[in-house]
Design a protein around this ligand. Sequence first.
Ligand SMILES: Nc1ncnc2c1ncn2[C@@H]1O[C@H](COP(=O)(O)OP(=O)(O)O)[C@@H](O)[C@H]1O
Ligand SMILES: [Mg+2]
Length: 401
Amino acid sequence: MNKFDFDNPFRPGAGHRPPHLAGRKPEMQEFQRLLTQETILENMILTGLRGVGKTVLLDALKPQAIKERWLWIGTDLSESSSVSEETMAIRLMTDLSVVTSSLVVERSEDLIGFTGGTRHEHTLNFNTLTTIFNATPGLIADKLKSVLEIVWHALDAHGARGLIFAYDEAQNLADQAQKEQYPLSMMLDVFQSLQRKDMRFMLVLTGLPTLFPKLVEARTYAERMFHVVFLDRLGGDACRDAILKPIEAADCPLKLKKKMVQTIIDLSGGYPYFIQFVCKEVYDSFIQQLDSGKEVFIPIDEIVHKLDNDFFAGRWNRATDRQRELLSLIARLPNCDTEFSVLEITGMSRESAKPFSPSQVSQMLASLGNSGLVYKNRHGRYSFAVPLLGQFIARQSEPLA
Ligand SMILES: Nc1ncnc2c1ncn2[C@@H]1O[C@H](COP(=O)(O)OP(=O)(O)O)[C@@H](O)[C@H]1O
Ligand SMILES: [Mg+2]
């Protein structure tokens, strides 16, 4: 607390709930529509670049679902749990048990693995789920399906409308052909099959733009199974809300002038993470400036410098010299902020001292893809995987003032 009795409300940081969730109404309405499905024909994907607000939007969908009598489970898949089909199944059952362990199934005959004919009550805790799983013959997919079918009947009896599996960072899911393990395909098969039987288990996956192509590569029907919502930078009004509403709510004695708001929008490019970052810096700086007694101003150069250090430098420093040369060429393309092709890069490269051949460019883009700096979209074109990377790179080649 400072002497103006004002806590800086801005929250730059992965998954930190913003003081005001701006924009995103259309996305929430879209989700609302999916909640009304009798038969689940569409599951949801929230995709977009890092820092665009996927995690915090996913968090905001949860109360919306609960209000419509859906149950909600899920985790962050950053540490990939999809090494094998079995670990995937265990992951799903672990998450399931959080909500099902309070449900009781009465008739023992309904439960495979609980024989003896006597009537017992079983709670659907993790042990019960794995007992059913182990007692079901067949493939992992068959075992998982029989667990989920029993869960569905218990949920239905309990009055729940359905159950949502919400997985963040789902681009980490992957089949492992060399090990003959297909956890991703298995998961899609299981949900597709249960949804066809009118069981309302719905997937809500979030992840980087590589997620959807990955699912379609695993199972072509994934194309029809998911409604893809691409989160982008915020529009002008939403930007202003994201900046101004928290200041109003915190009752800050220092208001932003219109021009200052525009400066923040320009600096952040409308990307939510950058809005939080810049606003936090602006207000930290204001608080210090107040002591000087002069009129407050936004220290633009200092903020940009701090952003470069805190956000971009780590990623840039991990690239090799030759990769940086290539990235610098890309940053000179007028369309570097949208999408670009191998051909455009080699075209730009002709003017440079050490040109790149098309095959070199393709290879390097693939390795830059693995390190999370670019990604290839479904039409074979490429984009930067980090927002505003082009501007950062351009700053690196500017002579120091
Ligand atoms: N709609 C929004 N309005 C204001 N701030 C937001 C919004 N969405 C995200 N943020 C902020 O942006 C940052 C990144 O959000 P996050 O959900 O972690 O992004 P992602 O999961 O896409 O990487 C967080 O600091 C968060 O508070
Ligand atoms: Mg996230």
